[in-house]
Design a protein around this ligand. Structure first.
Ligand SMILES: Nc1ncnc2c1ncn2[C@@H]1O[C@H](COP(=O)(O)OP(=O)(O)OP(=O)(O)O)[C@@H](O)[C@H]1O
Length: 256
């Protein structure tokens, strides 16, 4: 089987600073990949490259066997992207916003309406279909963003902290949704800091630190036969310092 996403020697600099360093990564179709790393590791930069937002990188990114530099429009059809807390067009209703998104993908109006209503109904916010989103809570906005990211039925779904702001019921819906998308053969690229969720939903975990991939394996293999949580594996491998000491010095700072 060929990888559906392939990064070959991908590097990206902001000025002098190299934030991705020769990243090589193969992602096989039909898998849920948990993409994790400390703040500033390069996760969002990777996602921006995959979604065509950043183009001044070196190396090659192949999606479905084609170089994305040569097929950016095709790639955009294949990928659904759910950003974390994007600027929604607050003055629009979900109905208007999702039709706007659907039009970007050349979708027929009646298909957009049908899918939008069914997905929002599953999220429990169908009654808000025609309300302006400026009155929406964070979680309601996130549900609309999730809907917008999958409405064109993409083969690859990239999610950036999709659980952000969601209540417990919605988290369950999203977890189930991930499994259903997977059963449907879709590839999921899941970026998150919520280790307990990543650990449960991902087929593979890719750990990036300071622009370099330092682990790429199943959770079982990362545990090496032990029973550690992903959180402790993360802390060990990224060694961002003694966490107790960090907390201690923050607490001390309040008293000095
Ligand atoms: N537009 C920019 N200009 C300059 N530096 C940037 C820019 N965007 C990101 N960076 C830097 O690139 C590095 C990687 O950032 P990136 O946003 O990819 O990290 P991340 O892994 O997504 O972090 P987080 O978990 O905090 O979201 C960071 O050091 C960041 O400061």
């Amino acid at each position: 089987m060929e990888p559906i996403i392939q990064l070959k020697g991908v590097s990206k600099q902001y000025g002098e600073k190299e934030v991705l360093k020769n990243v090589n990564l193969d992602i096989m179709p039909g898998q849920i990949i948990g993409y994790i790393g400390p703040n500033g590791a390069g996760k969002s930069t990777t996602v921006k490259i995959l979604t065509g937002v950043i183009q001044d990188y070196t190396g090659t990114v192949m999606v479905n066997g084609r170089d994305i530099r040569e097929n950016l429009l095709g790639v955009k059809q294949l990928i659904g992207y759910v950003p974390e807390l994007a600027d929604l067009y607050d003055l629009l209703t979900p109905n208007e916003y999702l039709h706007f998104i659907g039009a970007l993908y050349n979708m027929q109006d009646d298909v957009v309406t049908e899918r939008a209503k069914r997905i929002l109904d599953s999220f429990g916010i169908l009654e808000n279909f025609d309300q302006r989103m400026d009155s929406f809570s964070k979680g309601m906005r996130q549900k609309v963003l999730l809907t917008a990211g999958i409405i064109h039925n993409p083969s690859i779904v990239i999610l950036d902290e999709p659980m952000s702001g969601l209540d417990a019921n919605a988290v369950i819906v999203v977890k189930e949704l991930l499994q259903m998308l997977k059963q449907d053969g879709k590839t999921i690229f899941y970026c998150s800091h919520m280790m307990d969720v990543v650990e449960k939903v991902s087929d593979r975990i890719v750990l990036i630190d300071k622009g370099t991939i330092i682990a790429n394996d199943t959770i079982e293999a990362l545990r090496e036969g032990g029973n550690q949580s992903l959180e402790s594996i993360f802390a060990e491998k990224t060694s961002t310092g003694d966490l107790n000491r960090s907390a201690g010095s923050i607490a001390q700072a309040l008293h000095d």
